[in-house]
Ligand binder design. Structure first.
Ligand SMILES: [Zn+2]
Ligand SMILES: [Zn+2]
Ligand SMILES: [Zn+2]
Length: 137
């Protein structure tokens, strides 16, 4: 099932099914949580840095994953949902970090703000929220 899902995503994004792509994508699907570069590297094992960065970059440009930039400068990668199609990522969700357990998640919110500024093109709205997660609350 998992393998079928991985191949389906790669095919839909018109990416060839390389070993490294399948391996990285497998980890994202299995863990279903935002992942740090270190976590990904631990999982993929022997893959060299350049290959891994290449896989992550192409996944980002193909709307398979998106970056989460945390306040402390750390970057996480999270799997995109179906709405990320076409030319842009379309994330109508916030990034939440728990102050107690440091858990980070992508959370869908109702009434995601629509921002408009005359003469500006706004492509991307990042909302980072901190507080207490469902387990710590
Ligand atoms: Zn996306
Ligand atoms: Zn927590
Ligand atoms: Zn997200």
């Amino acid at each position: 099932m998992l393998r079928y899902k991985i191949e389906k995503i790669l095919k839909e994004k018109k990416l060839s099914l390389t070993k490294s792509r399948k391996k990285v994508l497998k980890f994202f699907i299995k863990s279903s949580k935002p992942l740090s570069l270190n976590q990904i590297r631990l999982f993929v094992g022997k893959m060299d840095r350049v290959t891994l960065f290449r896989v992550l970059n192409i996944f980002e440009s193909k709307q398979i994953v998106h970056k989460i930039r945390l306040e402390n400068g750390k970057t996480l990668y999270a799997l995109c949902k179906e709405e990320c199609e076409g030319d842009n990522h379309n994330h109508n969700h916030i990034h939440f970090q728990c102050e107690n357990c440091n858990d980070v998640s992508c959370l869908t919110i109702e009434n995601f703000p629509v921002l408009k500024i005359p003469n500006y093109t706004l492509n991307n709205i990042d909302i980072n929220v901190t507080g207490l997660c469902i387990n710590c609350n």
